[in-house]
Design a binder for this molecule. Sequence first.
Ligand code: ZN
Length: 98
Amino acid sequence: MKCDALLKMLNDYVDGDIDPAVCAQLQRHLKECDPCRVVVDNIRNTITLYRGAAEVCEIPLKFRQCLHAALRAKWEAKRQSPPAAAPGRQPRPGKPRK
Ligand SMILES: [Zn+2]
């Protein structure tokens, strides 16, 4: 499972509305991927706040921007040094990447 795939399923995951097999994959990824874990924790906390509290705590904009920048930097670093083994996945020709 890759970060991109995980992020797409996050909403279902935090709702608990997800295939158990997929859920296991997600959890395995989260054990090894700090940025994704941070994102999931964040979403969980947000949902808990919204459900449990009458008052909604807003994350300061500055902090949010910092967090996003840090996560993006981590992801970019990861993408530029992909794991050695990626069986069955060939990059598609004709789509130049910068
Ligand atoms: Zn990840």
